[in-house]
Design a protein around this ligand. Structure first.
Ligand SMILES: CC(C)(COP(=O)(O)OP(=O)(O)OC[C@H]1O[C@@H](n2cnc3c(N)ncnc32)[C@H](O)[C@@H]1OP(=O)(O)O)[C@@H](O)C(=O)NCCC(=O)NCCS
Length: 183
């Protein structure tokens, strides 16, 4: 293993969920989960900007300054999902001084429904326990059924609905759920 390589903390073959991407090349490709490292900065920022362009799952909206984000983002607490040389997913746990960690995550659109989000979250929960956190928490848009199902699958519970909480670039006000998992 090269000296600067970090261990793969989880790896698996993508499982197949019927989707709009049924015939795409990622269907059976293997991927791994590992701590994010310095050379991931730019691809992670590019992936973040692409998901922000969707304007539906994450709070950030375009324009994303990819170069600035690549430099500024924290790699501490960040996991990357990688398929070969491609970065296909990201999960960040912001560890607070109060014992809980705040999660943000995303998966490249062509890789969704194939277990990448589950693998990232499973690894993050294990890591948070190892780091002595007592809880993971997050905010999720109320319409984000895929993300909410993922969090429920791992035992997160609904802790409340924030009404008309996020103002979007188009002026809409979106509700969000607070969710938490006691570790
Ligand atoms: C939410 C997200 C991270 C899920 O990642 P993913 O790789 O697609 O998740 P998985 O394939 O591991 O699916 C995990 C679970 O989510 C649920 N799920 C996934 N896709 C779903 C869909 N389209 N509809 C309903 N539930 C879905 C299922 O419960 C699934 O578990 P199962 O396969 O055992 O039934 C991904 O959709 C994403 O990046 N979305 C855009 C960004 C975003 O919304 N981030 C979260 C912000 S809070």
């Amino acid at each position: 293993m090269p000296p600067n390589a970090l261990p793969i903390v989880a790896s698996r073959m993508a499982r197949h969920r019927p989707s709009a991407c049924d015939d795409c090349h990622v269907a059976d490709a293997p991927f791994g989960i590992r701590p994010a490292r310095d050379e991931d900065r730019l691809p992670l920022a590019v992936l973040f900007a692409a998901v922000a362009e969707e304007r539906s799952g994450i709070a950030a909206e375009p324009p994303v300054d990819v170069d600035a984000l690549a430099i500024a983002q924290s790699l501490d607490g960040a996991l990357a999902a990688a398929a070969g040389d491609d970065i296909i997913g990201w999960l960040h746990v912001e560890q607070t001084p109060f014992g809980f960690g705040e999660i943000g995550m995303l998966v490249a659109s062509e890789w969704r429904g194939r277990g990448v989000g589950s693998a990232l979250l499973e690894a993050a929960i294990e890591r948070a326990r190892e780091r002595g956190m007592h809880k993971l928490s997050l905010s999720v848009f109320a319409h984000n059924t895929a993300a909410i199902a993922l969090y429920h699958k791992f035992g997160f519970v609904d802790e409340g609905r924030r009404i008309r909480h996020f103002r979007r670039a188009n002026g809409e006000l979106w509700d969000a759920f607070e969710m938490g998992l006691l570790l």
